[in-house]
Design a protein around this ligand. Sequence first.
Ligand SMILES: [Zn+2]
Length: 210
Amino acid sequence: MIIYGTNGSHVRTEPRPGLACPACTTPDALHLSVFSRYAHIYWIPVVPYTKPAVAQCLHCQSAWALAELPAEAGEVKQALRTFRKETRAPWWQWSGLAALVVLAVWGFIMSQQNTRDNAAYIAAPRVGDIYTVRANDSTGKAQYSLLKVVSAQGNTVELVGNDYVSDNAEPLGLLNDPEKYSKQTFPLTFLDLQVMMNKGEITDVDRLEE
Ligand SMILES: [Zn+2]
């Protein structure tokens, strides 16, 4: 369950001399205030969405939201509207959205880096490289396993296959145990590896020593 909701905070209050109170007509007793309401997820502010503005008379304690001000108080209304326009929601009310953007950018950079690494590793295999391979089972569901390079000579590698499969697309942590690999090796050429990569049969390359 995701816990979410809205909350608000006070942004600023200023006296506004020169304006008379619409109720008691006392001059120079009006204060204008702006608040900011924001949406939160798990109490982390995500995005501000509205700025309620209030005029309050310190003399008679009357208070009005922008829409509640009487028609004859046009000057107060205009001042409050301008004050609200000039007031920005505090930066921290954007922090959830900012964090999401940073995460998305970071994820994108990491995935670009991984794609570059994969291309470099598959072009020049080394002993210990581990390939994540994908194959569909009889129902068409993707199953993943591992191949490990045990020797690389000329343009050929000798590989051992993992005896286990997983429906987890990143099975390294699950399956990369020396005892889970077959004792039987088989050869593939660098070109075979490249073709498997291009076809999406090899989905990832890990070089753990680095
Ligand atoms: Zn008043």
